[in-house]
Design a protein around this ligand. Sequence first.
Ligand SMILES: [Zn+2]
Length: 229
Amino acid sequence: MGDEVSVRAGQADSTAGPVAEAPGPDLVRREILIPGGHGAAFAARAGQLVEIIDLEGQQVADLVAFAERNRTEWLSTTHTRSALLRLTAVVGDRLDSNWRHPMFEIIRDDVGRNDIITSMCDDRRYRLDYGVEGHRSCRTNFTEALEPWGIAEWQIPDPFNFFQNAPIHPDRTFGNEIPTGKAGDKLVLRTLMDSIVSVSACPQDLNPCNGFHPSPLMIRILEPSQDPS
Ligand SMILES: [Zn+2]
């Protein structure tokens, strides 16, 4: 995989800012279909856009990332929260690494609900809390997808849970509700650092997290038609 394809997106990035000429379509470098409950990993170069599309609606996309140049640097929810002074991430936010470097910027978010507080699901979650053995998990998905890059399970950091509906209540507790995402909704990240990215279409089907029905995600890696700088 990894072949560059000649398919072009039908719509240019609307956030590229004023330009002398109308921007052309973004070039789609790669498309990855992630079946519900499974995961994938891919490289994203600085400047490229990563689109995460909720194909059927109500699906959470857990995402982790590592700096390609050094695997001891990774995308960090803790450092991002500290930099933002906020418990969620919205359009315009930069997402930071554990070395306090910006790795991504959110440039589009159709759903507008993201969780950067909770952990990913893992086999212990299903075994201890639901009495289910052998259930797929986001941690399993990341482990399998990142193995070709030499990244082990223990290295996987806490995820950004895009599209997750975890409302924060006035008493500072937070919920776990059915996502509001509709079929075709997307979140777009501008990559600011060469990265190895992994996305999991969360397999959780025992609580409202994915509307009790894990469903597929589409990942598209795009080359912007014009330099946004
Ligand atoms: Zn999960």
